[in-house]
Write a protein that binds this ligand. Structure first.
Ligand SMILES: Nc1ncnc2c1ncn2[C@@H]1O[C@H](COP(=O)(O)OP(=O)(O)OP(=O)(O)O)[C@@H](O)[C@H]1O
Length: 252
């Protein structure tokens, strides 16, 4: 069975079918793109996968576990992490603390322990500092651990958002337009980073992206949405040359 199995997923907003009969089967360790014109339903699909919206119909199964009906925090614990189209960092916190917050997804100690900085708390805090720095190193952000997130340049804020998502130790990482607003150099660097984290952390990545250079450069499989429905799926070389897909994009 694939890591993520989505069957007949759908949601309506009033009369609008934002996602309609979406089926996806995403293998563990793969790097998959979700593409389509503006308003095709891509972000809505992410919102369904992460429990922001409850689907009107369909099933979502991650690693054998049904996710429909679960709250976003439960789904994060089950193993899905995401980044957003518009960066959502804790801007008043340091780079290090942005990552440490996410590490709490798997760390447990009592309120009393955390309040009095006792026992397990102090030890865990130290371990978490080390773990957070390790993650920041992957993104070449360890040198800026003490900088406020809002003071990072744009490209690095995007990377920090991915680092934070990764800190929750997801099985599946969802990236919503990770290259949005990046210049070509930053995009190239991001592509290398995305491939590196897939290889280093053995996770599965599903990303929404309009930058076709990124999509064709790193994705191994694509799903194309148009008006909420699946227009095509398959290997990038085939899908991106599919006349239906070309027309949908040119028709924007
Ligand atoms: N909460 C909502 N209430 C009503 N309509 C919504 C809601 N969320 C999304 N939509 C509508 O659903 C459709 C799909 O939107 P969505 O944001 O998923 O598209 P998208 O493919 O991510 O587009 P983009 O590439 O521009 O980000 C759009 O017509 C949008 O206006």
């Amino acid at each position: 069975m694939a890591l993520l199995e989505v069957k007949h997923l759908g949601i309506s907003f009033g009369g609008l079918r934002a996602v309609d009969d979406l089926n996806m089967s995403i293998e563990q360790g793969s790097l998959v793109g979700l593409i389509g014109p503006n308003g095709a339903g891509k972000t809505t699909a992410f919102n369904l996968l992460t429990g922001v919206y409850a689907p009107s119909e369909g099933t979502i199964v991650l690693d054998g576990e049904s996710l429909v009906g679960k709250a976003p925090t439960e789904i994060c614990k089950s193993g899905i992490a995401r980044t957003f189209q518009n960066i959502r960092l804790f801007t008043k916190m340091t780079v290090l603390d942005n990552v440490k917050v996410a590490l709490h997804n798997h760390v447990e100690y009592s309120l009393a322990e955390s309040f009095f900085h006792l026992g397990k708390f102090s030890k865990r805090e130290k371990e978490m500092d080390e773990r957070a720095i390790d993650i920041l190193k992957v993104f070449d952000l360890d040198g800026q651990a003490d900088v406020l997130a809002s003071n990072l340049p744009y490209g690095k804020q995007r990377k920090l958002e991915i680092a934070r998502a990764l800190a929750t130790e997801p099985k599946l990482l969802l990236l919503d337009e990770p290259a949005a607003g990046m210049n070509p150099n930053e995009t190239q660097e991001l592509m290398d980073t995305i491939q590196l984290i897939r290889d280093k952390f053995h996770i599965t990545i599903l990303l929404i992206e309009h930058d076709m250079k990124l999509v064709s450069g790193i994705c191994e499989y694509l799903y194309v949405l148009n008006f909420g429905m699946e227009l095509a799926h398959g290997e990038p070389a085939v899908v991106l040359n599919d006349p239906k897909v070309i027309t949908a994009y040119l028709g924007e």
